[in-house]
Each structure stands twice: as structure tokens, then as C-alpha cells.
Design a binder for this molecule. Structure first.
Ligand code: TXA
Ligand code: MG
Length: 305
């Protein structure tokens, strides 16, 4: 089997494939598969669910996921395929799972230019979400060897495209109503972006340092009661390490934090839809992905403004 069909087979079965882009290597998985996305967060060792970039073939594929205003489209036409990432409103019918977007109402999309990335996206035929292929807190990987050193057995296949040519991450531009914001300086210079969009605004510092703090993060309508050993009368119970009780759900019956992360948003939404007024949530261990799950739960439980 050639490497590309092997990569597609792995992606289709929820595995992780690292691949080169012209900026840095990405740690990719099927964007629609929350369990695979949870494995990516686990492999990175991220204490939070940072939203991931959805890699797509071209502008058409991006517009199937994101609502792009005219200026964003113009920017994409100028720089795609290439080292540009656009953040815009996520389409209601986006196939990128909520965990990959960290529960935000926005989505990041990028059409990379590297021939191996393009070949992979064409062969897979669906968006691939990928953060930089390094462990959290370490520098981005620019060779296949860096990826293997950093992530080891956590990645199922590393497509080796040699050293990346740019070596620094993509420039991220966000479109938020009338505002155009430079979220992350990167491989394309500010002046080149501004030639098309006009002046770029500086990001709201709290939003960039911790995307998890954005007010637009999903919070259930129900109130949450955390660290609950058992539900009180009238509460819906979100269990962990135990089967679901009547009218409740379990994040993971077998105490698997990767499975729990994959289920988190969907289960909160489902319990909300059942009309629960209070969702009691079982204690989640503060280890591995548990830290990110607890981070999200704390935010969801915080008083609403
Ligand atoms: O060059 C790159 O951009 C590489 C290659 C693999 O594409 N990717 C990369 O991904 O650098 P990552 O996950 O290391 O950085 C992506 C950044 C994160 O800081 C994340 O918070 C931000 O993009 N981001 C993603 N979606 C966002 C959103 N909806 N709103 C705001 N920021 C977002
Ligand atoms: Mg990174």
C-alpha cells in the first residue's frame, strides 16, 4: 500500500497522521471525529482544548465550513494555498466537530500549499484538523524527525516531506463583524495582509492568551454542579467511570479521559436538550486530558453575565 492510502486508512479509522505544510508539520486527524480530536489533544499534552485549524484543499472547501465575508474571500484568493489561516463564523452545518473548535462559534480554516498536504487533503476528501505537531510548550516541528522525537508513539504515521520551507507558523487573521484582527503574526507579513484588508486591529489580549475564556464558548443553558458524587432529585447526572443513570449520560464508563473529552460537548448539549435545570457532573481526575475537561467544566459552571 502506498503511504498516502495508508494515511487515508489511518485518518478514516480515527488515527493520527503528521504531515508537512510549508510552515511547520501538523498533527492531523479527521475533523469530524471527536474521539480522534481528543487523541490529538492528548498527544500534545495540552492543559486546555485550544481550538484547532481545519485544513482544507481550497476556498470552496473552506466556505463549506466557515462564513467568509468578502474581505476574507479576497485574502484567501490572494494567499491560498499558502501560510494564511482565516478565523470566521463557523457554519451551522460545519462538519468540523465542536471539540476541534473548542466550543467556539468561530472556526479557523487554512488551505496549505505543500504538495504533500494538498495530496493528503485530496485523497482524504474531507477537512483535516491539525495543530502544530509538537508537544504543548515546545517549539513547532519543522522536520519529520522533530515530530517523531516529540510525539513518538502517539502518532500513527509521519509523512516525511523533508524540512519545511517557511519554518514559522501561518499568519492568523480573524474576521469579527466589521473588525479584521491580526490574531497571530506569521509567515505572511502584516503589510501584505493590510494591502488587501486595510488596517488590522490588535487582538483583545484576554481572547488570545486564553481562547477558552471567550464569552462565545459553549455553555449549557442548565446550571452545572461539579464534583457531584451522585445526583440530587431532579438533577441530570453526567457520570464518569460508571454507567449512565436513568435520564443521564456518562462521559466514559471505563474512566477513559480521551473518550470523556470526545463526549464532553455533545453530552452537555444532549442533557440541555432534555430540559435538565441542573446537570450534576461526577468528579473528573485532574490528570492528562482531565485537566482540560475540568477547565471547560469550570468555565461552563461559572456564573453567567
Ligand atoms: O502554520 C500553522 O498554522 C500550523 C500548521 C500545521 O497549519 N498550525 C498551527 O496550529 O500552528 P496551532 O494549533 O499550533 O496554532 C493554531 C492557533 C492556536 O493559537 C489557536 O488558539 C488559534 O490558532 N485558533 C484556532 N481556532 C481559533 C478560533 N476559532 N479563534 C481564535 N483562535 C483560534
Ligand atoms: Mg502550535
Amino acid at each position: 500500500m502506498n503511504e498516502l492510502s495508508e494515511a487515508v486508512r489511518i485518518l478514516s479509522s480515527g488515527g493520527l497522521v503528521a504531515f508537512p505544510t510549508e510552515t511547520v508539520y501538523g498533527l492531523g486527524c479527521d475533523a469530524s471525529d471527536a474521539l480522534a480530536v481528543a487523541r490529538v489533544y492528548d498527544a500534545k499534552g495540552r492543559p486546555q482544548f485550544n481550538p484547532l485549524i481545519a485544513h482544507v484543499r481550497d476556498l470552496d472547501a473552506a466556505e463549506a465550513q466557515a462564513v467568509l465575508p468578502a474581505k476574507a474571500r479576497a485574502l484567501a484568493e490572494a494567499f491560498w494555498p499558502g501560510p494564511l489561516t482565516i478565523v470566521a463564523k463557523r457554519r451551522e452545518d460545519s462538519t468540523v466537530c465542536e471539540l476541534a473548535c473548542a466550543g467556539l462559534v468561530t472556526i479557523a480554516v487554512r488551505a496549505p500549499a505543500h504538495p504533500m498536504a494538498q495530496a493528503l487533503l485530496a485523497a482524504f476528501g474531507k477537512p483535516i484538523v491539525a495543530p502544530s505537531a509538537n508537544r504543548s510548550g515546545r517549539v513547532s516541528a519543522t522536520t519529520a524527525a522533530h515530530v517523531r522525537d516529540d510525539l513518538g508513539a502517539a502518532v500513527d504515521l509521519v509523512l516525511d516531506g523533508g524540512a519545511t520551507t517557511l519554518g514559522i507558523e501561518s499568519t492568523i487573521v480573524a474576521f469579527d463583524g466589521d473588525r479584521t484582527v491580526l490574531l497571530r503574526p506569521g509567515a505572511i507579513g502584516r503589510a501584505d495582509v493590510e494591502a488587501i484588508t486595510g488596517p488590522l486591529e490588535a487582538p483583545d489580549p484576554s481572547a488570545v492568551e486564553a481562547p477558552g475564556m471567550l464569552a462565545s464558548h459553549y455553555a449549557p443553558r442548565a446550571r452545572l454542579r461539579l464534583d457531584a458524587a451522585a445526583p440530587r432529585p431532579g438533577e441530570a447526572f453526567l457520570a464518569f467511570g460508571a454507567p449512565a443513570s436513568a435520564g443521564g449520560l456518562t462521559l466514559s464508563e471505563r474512566s477513559d479521559l480521551v473518550e470523556a473529552a470526545a463526549n464532553l460537548y455533545a453530552h452537555l448539549r444532549a442533557l440541555d436538550a432534555m430540559g435538565a435545570e441542573v446537570i450534576a457532573v461526577a468528579p473528573i481526575p485532574q490528570t492528562a486530558l482531565g485537566e482540560a475537561i475540568n477547565d471547560r467544566l469550570l468555565r461552563a459552571a461559572a456564573p453567567r453575565t
